[in-house]
Design a binder for this molecule. Structure first.
Ligand code: CTP
Length: 405
């Protein structure tokens, strides 16, 4: 098979449950015109068969370091030189540890030592294992050596726990490794500049205290990731959030509503779509103290003043982008949200009921009722990443309709 004109990717698969996604990952890489050679660790074969990976990559999968028939063709040094890029996905905690220590006890780790090609790592493991200081230290060692880290994502795990450690989706990994258009059908969002706000804001009381809210940023970050997967050029203006920046997204940090307002207004002229997913504080302390407030008095009254409404400000621009707002309502969700859509002059609003048993700020699942002038669609309760993909499709549809109409 000729590799001419292709990016030659050596995909190293180690033994984690996410290995079942690697046939899909190979397909996504091939869609982006890559030639893919798969190398598996012994444990990986418990999760995905070499035959499946051979079928999608079109090449025999390599597993053993000293297999005479394979070494007679392309030996492990030739294989290390062949690769333009080494991608390790999924990379288990064990593989990461072996790489950090420079072990060469199987074909995959030997190749990583023998190559001069860039190495990217898509970790996948239980969240506790990912957060263990040993793993964190190993990852740092690899990062210092120039390895590129792709993920992990945050979310529900195969073990039933929730947290950081999920392997990024195959499409995200492929897009991060080989940016540029894939051979997939063209999305209405391809190359469209999108600005999105996410997370909470913090309004300073003094240098150490603030008024804040319970937003985790999960919905906004999931939406930024889904928009980027759909091909949009995404800038995420984020309030304080511990979430990692999604792949292929440019993140700008903002602390307060005023910071977020300024960050949005500085960039909005270049954007075709604006999505306001942040939980912006409506009020801020009128006179933040320059030094730490002492507990001298028995009571304290905090005077609050209104913050600028970023969404309203964007929707009022003479050359406004396609503008999407969120609405958190406790009752009469549809009526309240439709009134907000009209009052703020939005193109679309995604409303959810808060204060009930399901969905909302810190939850992993959510449901949305999406409204636009003359239409509505209910997106049922589901994990936020899936919901974000469904909302992105709807944004793409409505944006395309508005652009052609
Ligand atoms: N929003 C914003 N800037 C603010 C406040 C809100 O951009 N200062 C955006 C949010 O990101 C969200 C939408 O406005 O997209 C809805 O916010 P919400 O607080 O639910 O509604 P309000 O319009 O503030 O009305 P109310 O609080 O009275 O329901």
């Amino acid at each position: 098979m000729s590799d001419e004109g292709s990016q030659k990717i050596l995909l190293g698969v180690s033994g984690g449950i996410a290995a079942y996604k690697t046939p899909e990952l190979v397909r996504r890489l091939v869609e982006r015109c890559a030639a893919v050679q798969v190398v598996m660790t012994a444990a990986a074969a418990s999760f995905v068969t070499p035959l499946s990976l051979q079928a999608v990559s079109g090449r025999p999968v390599r597993t053993a370091l000293l297999a005479p028939e394979a070494e007679a063709g392309m030996d492990h040094i030739a294989l290390a030189r062949w690769a333009d890029h080494i991608l390790l996905a999924p990379a288990t905690a064990h593989l990461i540890a072996r790489l950090a220590h420079g072990l060469a006890d199987d074909l995959l780790t030997t190749l990583v030592l023998a190559t001069t090609a860039p190495v990217s790592i898509a970790p996948a493991m239980n969240q506790q294992m990912w957060q263990h200081p040993a793993t964190a230290a190993n990852v740092q060692v690899l990062a210092r050596r120039g390895c590129r880290l792709l993920g992990p994502a945050d979310g529900e795990q195969a073990c039933g726990e929730t947290g950081p450690g999920r392997m990024l989706e195959p499409a995200e990994i492929a897009a991060a490794l080989l940016p540029g258009p894939s051979a997939q059908p063209k999305s209405a969002l391809a190359n469209v500049p999108v600005l999105i706000t996410a997370g909470p804001t913090r309004e300073a009381i003094d240098p150490v205290r603030y008024v804040g809210n319970r937003s985790s940023g999960k919905m906004g970050y999931a939406l930024a990731a889904a928009l980027a997967r759909a091909g949009a050029r995404v800038t995420l203006v984020s309030g304080p959030s511990a979430l990692p920046c999604p792949v292929s997204v440019t993140r700008v940090r903002a602390e307060s509503a005023a910071d977020m307002h300024a960050a949005v207004m500085d960039r909005i002229a270049d954007c075709a779509i604006f999505v306001a997913a942040a939980a912006v504080a409506d009020y801020r302390p009128a006179d933040p103290m320059p030094t730490k407030l002492k507990k001298d008095a028995d009571s304290l009254t905090l005077k609050l003043v209104r913050n600028p409404d970023i969404l309203t400000a964007v929707a009022a621009l003479p050359d406004k982008p396609f503008t999407v707002g969120f609405a958190a309502e406790t009752d009469a969700v549809e009526a309240m949200a439709r009134a907000k859509l009209e009052r703020k002059g939005l193109d679309m609003i995604a409303a959810n009921e808060v204060g009930g048993a399901v969905g909302g700020f810190e939850a992993d699942d959510n449901a949305l009722l999406v409204l636009w002038p003359g239409g509505r669609r209910a997106l049922p309760l589901q994990p936020k990443p899936a919901l974000a993909t469904a909302l992105t499709q709807l944004i793409a549809e409505r944006y395309a309709a508005s652009a052609s109409g």
